[in-house]
Design a binder for this molecule. Structure first.
Ligand code: PLP
Length: 399
């Protein structure tokens, strides 16, 4: 018998499965609404101008050895300022442990591994539903998962009352994963008032909030506004963890640049936790690639490039918001008797349409439109050119 005879194929990833089905469809009118990466109004992937200019600036840098600690710590310092605020005391006083991570996924994985090392009996609470890879990441780190109520199927928005009940009923000191903005897949975010209540209840129960920030800037078009949830938790003096990704908001998906930070009671604890995180990373993949981090640190530490980025980010968020409005209007114009308000109420990259798995299958079969079977539409795939067609198809299958 062969060494690997007992190995069967892994279950298909729901998101990669959509891309495969899309690629296999020969129809010229096919549309991929599965991808989670930004596309322009022609459906093309985008390289931001700030990234092009940063590329030009760093051309000729020597990459053969790992990056100087200076560049790396600059990227981390600028990253934590993005989430905790430019003037935040925790950053100024060094009361955090920050490390570079392999994009948002790597930051989550690193945290999960850290959680297992120092709280091996703990659980992680996920919103129901959540990004499908969260389940895999914490499972592979051998942390058991629980879920908390999040989405309300009838309103296609947040089920706030049930969410608060679950926070209250979880054992003291539980670990919770929160999406600070642009919740994936539902696009439903708590309001400012609701975040205040969530933060308060976390304080009462001494829960640990872990924020997975994969879309900062994509919900409102404004980096600070999208960090509002985290700022509220900061005001309430929570020690939080945060995974950041530059895949979407800088369009650096292929470069895998991210940051994991954990707030600490003082800088001594920060140094201890940082050394533990670095040790975990070293055993998993050594050190991350250097090109992307150089791009990010160049953009964030140059005021012209940074403001160019802020403008480009706003343009991306605006395009998505415009497509939400147009999609909703077009479906309504067709005389749909159903309510489509949620398309414009939801925020960020995704619209949780409420379409059933059967309706999603019909969209693929009859209209060559592809999305995950939970009915999640990537709004980035909707363009001026295809929005009519998409509206019509949705109306056909939904009525
Ligand atoms: N977290 C959430 C909620 C996401 O939606 C994603 C990407 O889809 C990620 C994390 C990880 O993204 P990446 O590893 O590409 O930065």
């Amino acid at each position: 018998v062969g060494c690997w005879d007992h190995v069967g194929p892994a279950p298909k990833d729901p998101i990669n499965g959509v891309t495969e089905a899309f690629l296999a469809d020969p129809s010229p009118s096919k549309i991929n609404l599965g991808v989670g990466a930004y596309r322009d109004d022609k459906g093309r992937p985008v390289v931001l101008q700030c990234v092009r200019e940063a590329e030009a600036k760093i051309a000729g840098s020597v990459f053969l050895e790992s990056l100087s600690a200076v560049v790396n710590s600059k990227m981390i310092e600028e990253s934590v300022k993005l989430v905790y605020g430019n003037d935040s005391d925790v950053v100024k006083e060094g009361r955090f442990a920050g490390v570079q991570a392999l994009s948002g996924t790597g930051a989550c994985r690193l945290f999960a591994e850290f959680q297992r090392r120092f709280h091996p009996e703990s659980h992680i609470y996920f919103p129901d539903p959540t990004w499908s890879n969260h389940h895999n990441i914490w499972r592979d780190a051998q942390i058991r998962e629980r879920t908390y109520h999040y989405y309300h199927h009838d309103s296609k928005g947040l089920n706030f009352a049930a969410l608060i009940d679950d926070i209250k009923n979880a054992p003291h000191g539980s670990f919770f994963l929160l999406h600070p903005c642009a919740h994936n897949p539902t696009g439903a975010d708590p309001t400012e008032e609701q975040w205040r209540e969530i933060s308060y209840q976390f304080k009462v129960k001494n829960h640990f909030p872990f924020f997975d920030m994969a879309y900062q800037g994509f919900a409102s078009g404004d980096l600070d506004k999208d960090a509002q949830a985290i700022r509220i938790f900061l005001e309430d003096k929570h020690l939080i963890g945060c995974a950041q990704s530059y895949a979407k908001n800088m369009g650096l998906y292929g470069h895998r640049v991210g940051c994991l930070s954990i707030l600490c009671s003082d800088s001594k604890q920060g140094a201890a936790i940082r050394s533990q995180l670095q040790q975990i990373a070293r055993a998993m993949y050594g050190s991350p690639p250097v090109h992307g981090v150089l791009l990010v640190s160049t953009i964030l530490s140059d005021s012209d490039l940074k403001s160019l980025w802020v403008d480009e980010l706003k343009d991306m968020a605006d395009r998505i918001r415009t497509m939400r409005t147009t999609l909703r209007e077009n479906i309504e114009k067709l005389g749909s008797p159903l309510c489509w308000e949620h398309i414009t109420n939801q925020l960020g990259m995704f619209c949780f349409s409420g379409l059933s798995p059967d309706q999603v299958d019909r969209l693929a079969r009859e209209f060559h439109i592809y999305m995950t079977r939970d009915g999640r539409i990537s709004m980035a795939g909707v363009t001026t050119g295809n929005v009519n067609y998409v509206a019509n198809a949705i109306h056909e299958v939904a009525s």
